[in-house]
Design a protein around this ligand. Structure first.
Ligand code: C2O
Ligand code: CU
Ligand code: CU
Length: 479
């Protein structure tokens, strides 16, 4: 008996289903059709600019049937529509804040000028509208957007403000790409739900903030999805505040990873499990057999942020499936990020949960000054418990984790990476060309409780040779 047969048998006999404690482990409990966020239709200006309108608003959602609770969303009560644009598109966002408090909207994974980034400096006051614009110029990828108001990100995201931002380019043609049919976003989030619904509580409590015990996919609790094609591409986003997922199917089937945060891999990588920390994305292609059912689940790991086995989504294949094209053996040609000789090495120490290199985030302090177009080594040392690390504006590749190469499925271009407890992760980071010595980008732990409490720093990108002329403090006037 091989391992797969053993696991299949174990699953049948209940041995492998440690998910027994929650009602969700019963496939029959997956009774609500998975919501798929609608695609946001742009208005196209005469000059071709595509204008997307987002409104941050309060609403009510029935996260558990029959128990509406207050949630926040973009253009609706929970989460936001999916934005889809292609490389070369000029985009213009109209972001209106109809909340009672200030927020921001950050385009996570987007390469754009710092003023358009939507970090903590680009505040949108209640009632105000923000109009960032840029030209999409990066490879096909699954990005996302979410608020980033300093100290409040955990609350705003937990209440529901997040959405996907899909970037296309000419290289995706052979992968399933029909949105909602064979190209499906899965936004994974965990919530604490009580009798009263979704108690927001204090997302800043505890070491990691909120770790929920109810799993939502695209805002749907205990969802099912009917698939109609042989192969389906899932764009999976960990949109949780703190939870790390180890995703696998109940029958341990293999599937292919085709993309990481910042773009497609050179070739599909076959796996039976992938791990995702908050903010990370992975694109996978899964093959189905007509008439079958299978559960997508997350299994416990060894950290505090990945405790618990939970089934997430029941996938039901129709009795007849439309044929899908074969998975291409070559996907994209992402030039590897090559470290130049004498590359600058910057070191970042994650200690506790509220500082980097011993310093708490300060909106007025520029921590790092990077010359435009640089490729550098960033070395992230984690001295205690689980963290991850996200850098705005860049694409990076993981060189090693404690000297070991990352798994093949995570070796592509990324913008967020897991930093295991007591380990050092080295990244080859490629910076962009938009310079602005007065407006910083962020780097931070994407466990939102940590980001909010100060595990974040700021860098500016400047014309090469001007690094030493940059003021290291931002005056209130500039903010
Ligand atoms: Cu997803 Cu600085 O954020
Ligand atoms: Cu970001
Ligand atoms: Cu952290």
């Amino acid at each position: 008996m091989n391992r797969r047969q053993f696991l299949a048998l174990a699953a049948l006999s209940g041995l492998a289903s440690a998910c027994g404690s929650s009602a969700e482990s019963d496939p029959a409990a997956f009774r609500t059709r998975l919501q798929v966020p609608p695609l946001l239709e742009p208005k196209v200006d005469k000059d071709g600019t595509r204008r997307f309108a987002l409104t941050m608003q309060r609403g009510r959602s029935e996260i558990l049937a029959g128990k509406p609770v207050e949630t926040w969303g973009f253009n609706g009560p929970y989460l936001g529509p999916t934005i889809r644009a292609a490389r070369g598109d000029r985009v213009r966002m109209t972001v209106t804040n109809r909340l009672d408090e200030a927020s921001t909207v950050h385009w996570h994974g987007m390469r754009l000028p710092a003023k358009m980034d939507g970090g903590p400096h680009q505040t949108i006051e209640p009632g105000a509208t923000w109009n960032p614009h840029w030209t999409i110029d990066q490879p096909a990828a699954t990005s996302w957007y979410h608020p980033h108001p300093h100290g409040q990100t955990a609350k705003h995201v937990y209440r529901g403000l997040a959405g996907m931002f899909i970037i296309d380019d000419g290289t995706t043609a052979e992968l399933p790409a029909r949105y909602g049919i064979d190209d499906i976003p899965l936004i994974l989030q965990d919530k604490k739900l009580t009798e009263d619904g979704l108690p927001i509580g204090d997302p800043l409590k505890g070491t990691f903030g909120i770790l929920g015990d109810h799993m939502l996919v695209n805002g749907t609790h205990a969802p099912f999805l009917n698939v109609r094609t042989e192969r389906v591409r899932f764009r999976i986003l960990n949109g949780s505040n703190a939870r790390m997922y180890h995703l696998t199917f109940a029958d341990r089937r293999t599937f292919h990873v085709v993309g990481n945060d910042a773009g497609l891999l050179p070739a599909p990588v076959q796996v039976d499990q992938v791990s995702l920390t908050p903010g990370e994305r992975v694109e996978v292609v899964v093959t189905f057999t007509a008439g079958e059912q299978v559960l997508l689940r997350t299994i416990s790991g060894s950290d505090d942020i990945d405790e618990g086995d939970f089934d997430l989504l029941k996938i039901v294949a129709e009795p007849r499936l439309a044929a899908s094209p074969r998975l291409p053996s070559r996907l994209a040609d992402p030039a590897p990020i090559v470290i130049p000789p004498n590359a600058k090495v910057r070191r970042f120490r994650l200690n506790g949960h509220d500082a980097i290199n011993g310093k708490e985030m300060d909106m007025a302090r520029i921590d790092e000054v990077v010359p435009a177009g640089a490729t550098e080594i960033w070395e992230i040392e984690n001295t205690v418990y689980a963290h991850n690390f996200h850098i705005h504006e860049v694409a990076f590749q993981v060189l090693d984790v404690d000297g070991e190469k990352p798994p093949a499925y995570a070796s592509g271009h990324k913008d967020t990476v897991y930093v295991p407890p007591k380990s050092t992760v080295r990244l080859a980071v490629r910076f962009g060309h938009f310079t602005d010595p007065a407006t910083p980008y962020m780097y931070h732990c994407h466990i939102l409780r940590h980001e909010d409490s100060g595990m974040m720093g700021q860098f500016v990108i400047v014309p090469p040779g001007t690094e030493n002329q940059v003021p290291r403090m931002i005056t209130a006037h500039h903010m």
